[in-house]
Unconditional design. Structure first.
Length: 202
């Protein structure tokens, strides 16, 4: 009787442990909810004493960061939000105003020097592709030194910039569909708003 009781307790403990492991594994495989974090909300090109950063918004979809606009301070604000720069995969620029894109090149550069292993895709109004190449040319001396001295990869191969010529879907992957829509902005021909349709929310 005692032996049977011991066997029963062992089997019960083993079952409880296996159920716990299965629950833990299932929980870890669940998709994380979509979150929106305002990294910067101060409009205009001047850097003020208010402590607010220029426009930038972070959307975390299944824990993948999507950055919309790159105003001054975006790199710092991402780090303060707990998002390391080597996780950067997607950048969206709404329009070519300095307070919305002055840190575009710097954000990519800061991600590159972390040893970024994957490709970044950037989307924005016509001119973004040329602006990306202009920034890399502007930083050429520094980039060449770091490739030779530090063994870094060529950043030209790590960023793919995409000019958006018309409204419509710009990104479709397993987690989200991102669509660009034209919105009015005086004196600027192309200004886009982006709609994110994730599986749990839009």
């Amino acid at each position: 009787m005692q032996q049977n009781r011991r066997q029963f307790l062992k089997q019960a403990a083993g079952l409880a442990l296996s159920q716990s492991l299965i629950s833990s594994l299932s929980f870890s495989q669940e998709k994380k909810p979509t979150r929106v974090i305002l990294l910067g909300t101060k409009g205009g090109p001047r850097v003020g004493a208010s402590g607010r950063s220029n426009p930038s918004t972070l959307i975390l979809i299944n824990d993948v960061p999507y950055v919309i606009d790159c105003g001054y301070g975006t790199s710092r604000q991402l780090l303060l939000a707990g998002v390391s720069l080597d996780r950067l995969r997607y950048i969206f620029v709404t329009h070519h105003h300095s307070d919305h894109m002055i840190e575009y090149g710097t954000l990519f550069y800061n991600a590159w020097v972390t040893g970024l292993p994957a490709n970044i895709n950037a989307y924005g109004p016509i001119g973004l592709e040329a602006m990306t190449q202009d920034y890399l040319n502007y930083m050429k001396a520094d980039i060449d030194i770091r490739i030779e001295d530090e063994g870094r990869s060529n950043p030209h191969a790590l960023i793919s910039a995409h000019d958006i010529s018309k409204p419509g879907a710009v990104v479709i992957n397993d987690d989200v569909k991102v669509s660009a829509g034209l919105v009015p902005h005086p004196l600027i021909r192309q200004t886009f708003a982006y709609r994110f349709d994730a599986k749990d929310r839009s």
